[in-house]
Design a protein around this ligand. Structure first.
Ligand code: UDX
Length: 454
């Protein structure tokens, strides 16, 4: 919305949310304190907020005066009931549709922005249609469009300003044209694709499934490279130069994270089963099974290299967000790997340039603990962790440094300095292939690099 506000000064945009605290945070004077860290976002907010971009918790009033409403609520995987563990929970979408049905006036275009299972637009349409027949002399009318978002975190502003495509699914050409015209303020016509509404919904799930599948594919090959003496980066380069395959999204890493991939694949699995296609469901499910196996593979390997035990050993974790340039930790592989290491009794010292100690605490489900209080639980030998904002301090006295996120600053670490303060034999585990191999080896450290069988 910040990008639309920036590109279309004549359109007034109000972002509403039932969570008043969040809205207050978006209205925060100090732009450093915005709830999301995303490169370039605070500049847009600074420019447009109070001009044509507003944040408000007055939902009813803003629905009333809106010509177009984007539903952008979360659709988490259902935890219980029908489809638990796979299907998306649509309760927030339904609640929004009901509010829109109740408070909208005149002609309103409702746009699905949240990633939704195929045929959700039908649910929204039914709810909206019911509101039209309920009130006899209603002046309400609606059109529903699907306009999935393909931006990736960390590059969101760039992705929005120069998208590969904008996808608009719908039935009513007039509504489609109105939304297309908004994007056309900065996106060329030929990049704005029109499809039917189901294709649009399915395209979003499929795009994420394909991207995740590429990562699981290359991660599976990384294990084979390690076993056979090949190098996964060389294999990636070799296959990526085939135009049919392409070079993007072939970086082997600690497994994919983020709020979308796992959720969307599970959704696809659920839908395939629902429509009587178990073979299709199994095919896609394997992508998440492999991802999960791969994450645990890394933690097991660390334990193995450190002589089969890490109880009370200090392990420095570099990076906790699911990828660089974001403070988002949802589904981050770091959570799985750190939990495994804690289970083995390790003392973790965690560094991340943007993720807060509080967030890590909530993700790991345990509070940080001071050095003298290890192990945290003497009976089961469960480890503990502490947070450090400085890499050198985080690594001091550790047996191993594990790189889990590809933050730029980890590629320029002075390993000779770090090596001096580590306990010997010391290890560097690089799951992102970003450390400079020669520098690590020259500093006298042992190096394990994901997919590097040399
Ligand atoms: C993804 C999609 O890319 C985006 O189009 C969609 O709108 C939302 O979901 P995002 O989750 O922000 O975006 O991040 P993305 O860059 O796709 O990375 C997802 C995960 O895959 C990260 O954990 C990342 O580290 C990992 N990844 C990505 C790899 O391990 N290797 C790669 O080559 C690329």
């Amino acid at each position: 919305m910040a990008v639309i506000a920036d590109k279309c000064p004549d359109i007034t945009i109000t972002v509403v949310d039932i969570n008043k605290e969040r809205i207050d945070a978006w209205n925060e004077e100090n732009l450093e304190k915005l709830p999301i860290f995303e490169p370039g976002l605070s500049e847009k907010i600074k420019k447009c907020r109070g001009q044509n971009l507003f944040f408000s918790s007055e939902i009813e009033k803003n629905i009333q005066c809106a010509d177009m409403i984007f539903i952008s609520v979360n659709t988490p995987t259902k935890k219980k009931g029908l489809g638990a563990g796979q299907a998306s929970d649509l309760k927030w979408v339904e609640a929004c549709a009901r509010q829109v049905a109740e408070f909208a006036t005149g002609y309103t275009i409702v746009v699905e922005k949240s990633t939704l299972p195929v045929k959700t637009a039908e649910v929204i349409k039914n709810i909206l249609a019911a509101s039209q027949t309920n009130l006899e002399k209603t002046n309400k009318s609606f059109d529903v469009l699907s306009n999935p978002e393909f931006l990736a975190e960390g590059t969101a502003i760039k992705d929005l300003e120069d998208p590969d495509r904008v996808l608009i699914g719908g039935e009513n050409q007039n509504a489609i044209d109105i939304l297309s015209n908004i994007y056309n303020n900065w996106v060329p016509r030929k990049k704005i694709l029109h499809t039917n509404i189901w294709s649009s919904e399915l395209a979003k799930l499929t795009a994420n499934a394909f991207l995740a599948q590429r990562i699981s594919s290359i991660n599976s090959i990384s294990a084979l490279c390690e076993a056979t003496g090949a190098s996964v980066s060389e294999v990636s380069r070799a296959i990526g130069s085939d135009k049919r395959i392409g070079s993007k999204f072939l970086d082997s890493g600690p497994g994919f994270g983020g709020s979308c991939f796992k959720k969307d694949i599970l959704n696809l699995v659920y839908l395939s089963n629902y429509f009587g296609l178990p073979e299709v469901a199994e095919f896609w499910e394997q992508v998440t099974i492999l991802n999960n196996w791969h994450q645990h593979r890394i933690s097991k390997l660390i334990v193995k290299k450190l002589f089969g035990t890490i109880t009370e050993k200090k392990i420095c974790i570099l990076g906790f967000s699911f990828k660089a340039n974001t403070n988002d930790t949802r589904e981050s592989s770091a959570i799985v790997i750190c939990k495994d290491l804690l289970e083995e009794g390790a003392r973790l010292s965690i560094h991340d340039p943007k993720v807060s100690e509080k967030q890590i605490s909530s993700d790991l489900g345990v509070e940080p603990i001071a050095k003298e209080n290890y192990p945290a639980n003497k009976e089961n030998n469960y480890g503990g962790w502490e947070f450090h904002s400085d890499i050198l301090t985080a690594a001091k006295g550790s047996d191993a440094v594990v790189v889990l996120t590809e933050w730029e600053e980890y590629s320029t670490i002075q390993w000779d300095l770090i090596a001096k303060s580590m306990r010997k034999p010391s290890w560097v585990f690089d799951s992102r292939s970003i450390v400079v191999k020669e520098k690590v080896l020259k500093a006298g450290l042992n190096l394990w690099r994901l997919g590097d069988g040399n």
